[in-house]
Design a protein around this ligand. Structure first.
Ligand code: SOE
Length: 387
């Protein structure tokens, strides 16, 4: 016997939270994929993919069709007037985040914003203030740092919080990409300060700093950094243009807990495609994570007998591990895209429970302050080495 499903596909009848995504390129696609899958893997509360908004009418209509949206629009403001939209998910370039997020919160929509929260501390402060005001009216917000939803990193946080590493002394984070290593790589909005705010700093150091804050649950007290732009002019649609952001940045972070973290982020690391590596060293143990092996966490237990000591590879694919249970049977791996679906599910759960979703705009603001401190420190003279 065959049984028909509801007219709108596998969606059961009943109320759903209407979602709009603003932006349809890389991050818009990653978030669209999340909203498309979230009902199937996390059935409650349910969402309806109402509208995808973007600048190019043809491109946004095509993206909407492929990712299962009911409609597309080139005017994001119309989205805010609609009563059937409850969540606005912002995946546009950074210079639009503050205007769009504040307008959406004021219109009573729950807001998710792709990282970094904003292009400047000033914008981030306005956004955090708008989020606090909206929260008092039951309207929630969250900044999308998707790596918080990697099971291995959520497990690392659990180990650290449980004291399994003892006192945390040092953290090393490197986030290395190479899509700008070729001097012939074209100009994009990501290389214009007025659109992106910064380069590897906002794009990659924001993830690195968020991970330090997430894993250690500690406040960043000070930052000392340096930045570099290796290719200062690139060819684009408008002809040759100056690159007005950094290609790479390095920083040392002092945490209020007494720990020290070092960071290296770059989009010019020839051969490194999307390499996020994290080491955490404590008085009783160490942890190591590598995004190229994202289902694994390496754990060193310094309290084990010396003859058996060594980094142990934990395959983070078991129902006992964070986030894994919603997916496949034990031992079956997850990928980069799952983090976005899990992020959407966590956001929906918080809305359902009336809880404050995490990371909040206030968290995004803290990270923005650390990014600004990195840039400010880099702008100061460093000590010259005497010849
Ligand atoms: C581009 O460098 C980028 O897509 C970042 O913007 C994302 O946040 C990161 O997850 C992958 O790289």
């Amino acid at each position: 016997m065959t049984v028909p499903v509801s007219p709108s596909g596998a969606e059961p009848p009943g109320p759903a939270l209407g979602v709009a995504v603003l932006g349809y390129s890389f991050m818009g696609k990653a978030h669209s994929n999340a909203w498309r899958n979230v009902n199937a893997f996390y059935p409650s509360p349910r969402v309806a993919q109402r509208v995808l908004a973007g600048r190019g009418a043809g491109e946004v209509a095509e993206a909407a069709r492929r990712f299962g949206w009911e409609e597309s629009t080139t005017d994001w403001r119309t989205v805010l007037e609609r009563e059937d939209i409850h969540i606005v998910d912002i995946c546009t370039p950074g210079h639009l985040h503050a205007e769009q997020a504040i307008a959406a919160l004021e219109a009573g929509k729950h807001v998710l914003v792709e990282k970094p929260l904003a292009n400047s501390v000033e914008e981030a402060e306005l956004m955090a203030a708008a989020a606090a005001a909206a929260r008092s009216r039951g309207v929630q917000s969250m900044v999308a740092f998707n790596y918080r939803r990697l099971p291995a990193l959520a497990l690392a946080r659990r180990f650290i919080a449980a004291g399994r590493l003892g006192d945390i002394r040092q953290v090393r984070v490197s986030y290395l990409q190479d899509w700008l290593a070729d001097a012939g790589a074209p100009m994009t909005w990501r290389l214009r300060r007025e659109a992106a705010g910064s380069g590897a700093i906002g794009d990659l150091a924001s993830h690195a700093i968020d991970q330090v804050r997430f894993l250690l649950d500690a406040r960043i007290a000070s930052v000392s950094g340096t930045v570099n732009t290796f290719v200062t002019r690139r060819e684009g649609e408008r002809g040759p243009e100056d690159v007005t952001v950094d290609d790479a940045a390095w920083a040392t972070l002092r945490l209020a807990s007494g720990a020290v973290a070092s960071l290296e982020v770059t989009r010019c690391a020839t051969g490194r495609k999307n390499s996020l590596q994290i080491d955490v060293f404590g008085s009783r143990g160490g942890l190591r994570f590598d995004l190229e092996h994202l289902n694994e966490l390496q754990f060193f237990d310094a309290t084990a007998p010396a003859e058996t000591q060594g980094y142990t590879r934990i395959l983070v694919t078991e129902p006992e591990h964070p986030y894994v249970g919603a997916w496949w049977p034990p031992g079956h791996t997850l990928g980069w895209d799952h983090t976005f679906t899990t992020q959407a599910a966590d956001f929906l759960r918080a809305l359902d429970e009336g809880a404050v979703p995490s990371p909040s705009f206030e968290d995004g603001l803290e990270t923005q302050r650390a990014l600004a401190a990195l840039e400010a420190s880099a702008a100061r003279a460093s000590a010259a080495v005497e010849p």
